[in-house]
Design a protein around this ligand. Structure first.
Ligand code: PGA
Length: 267
């Protein structure tokens, strides 16, 4: 059984063009080199650190990452489900792969709620990313209204069921699908879910995986929490049994807070 390595993923959203990206990655690499605990954990494969810049900055991020003597993962924040064609303004998974990405975030709540992405669209993207060997980070989570109605688990189950519909066998999970539980009301608001509430939903996600794909999948798939993760709340979250990492927005934009989360989350 593959061990679940804690994953600290920085979702930059629409921040940092190519030059700022290069500057940030260089700072990140030198800060990691000067931090024995993080550096050793990365070298020993005990943690994974990834960044998710905007499309136009991916190539520059990839070149900068290659100069590091530790490995930093790279991913995009979205992709189209076709390889190419008449889809003005879109970017395909094939293109993302060519820039050096191993991951792609799919179904982020901003995609769902601002850009109207449906469960069906997300399912097509998940299927394509897996076919391409791009590891998806599937985001699920309830709105405040849904939480107040007490239907969090119902909503999360529907999102998982729809997005993972095409996956019939556990072998598909070998590609390393990651799931991120991000309550919509906690994203960018400074209002994080309590450690216990976050753990409860992540445990529910793991039991969904167990019931639908078997215990090996449930034990191997990493489940991240996202939504107002900061250095001072990372430790509590990461010590929860079913939370295997964090998807970090705002606090991943500064090297200091990003590394602060990793340091506290590892301890
Ligand atoms: P936040 O964003 O950390 O700024 O709340 C998290 C996310 O949207 O992935």
């Amino acid at each position: 059984m593959k061990k679940r390595i804690p994953f600290f993923a920085g979702n930059w959203k629409m921040n940092k063009g190519p030059s700022e990206t290069e500057k940030f990655v260089k700072q990140l690499i030198s800060a990691i080199a000067g931090d024995d605990a993080i550096c050793n954990a990365l070298k020993a494969n005990e943690i994974e650190v990834g960044i998710f810049p905007p499309f136009v900055s991916l190539e520059r991020a990839n070149s900068a990452i290659k100069s590091a003597d530790v490995s930093i993962s790279l991913g995009a924040q979205n992709m189209h489900w076709e390889d190419s064609g008449a889809f003005t303004g879109e970017v395909s998974g094939v293109m993302i792969k060519e820039t050096g990405c191993q991951y792609v975030i799919l179904g982020h709540s901003e995609r769902r709620h601002i850009f109207g992405e449906t469960d069906d669209v997300i399912e097509m993207k998940i299927r394509k990313s897996l076919n391409l060997g791009l590891k998806p980070i599937l985001c699920v989570g309830e709105t405040l209204e849904e939480r107040d109605k007490g239907i969090t688990e119902f909503v999360v189950e529907r999102q998982l069921k729809e997005a993972l519909k095409a996956l019939k066998t556990h072998q598909t999970f070998e590609t390393g699908i990651v799931i991120a539980y991000e309550p919509v009301w906690a994203i960018g608001t400074g209002r994080k879910a309590s450690d216990e509430d976050a753990q409860k939903v992540c445990a529910f996600i793991r039991s969904f995986l167990e019931n639908n794909f078997g215990s090996r999948v449930a034990q191997e798939v990493r489940i991240l929490y996202g939504g107002s993760v900061k250095p001072d709340n990372a430790k509590g979250l990461m010590s929860q049994k079913d939370i295997d990492g964090a998807l970090i927005g705002g606090a991943s934009l500064e090297v200091e807070s990003f590394l602060g989360i990793i340091t506290n989350g590892m301890s």
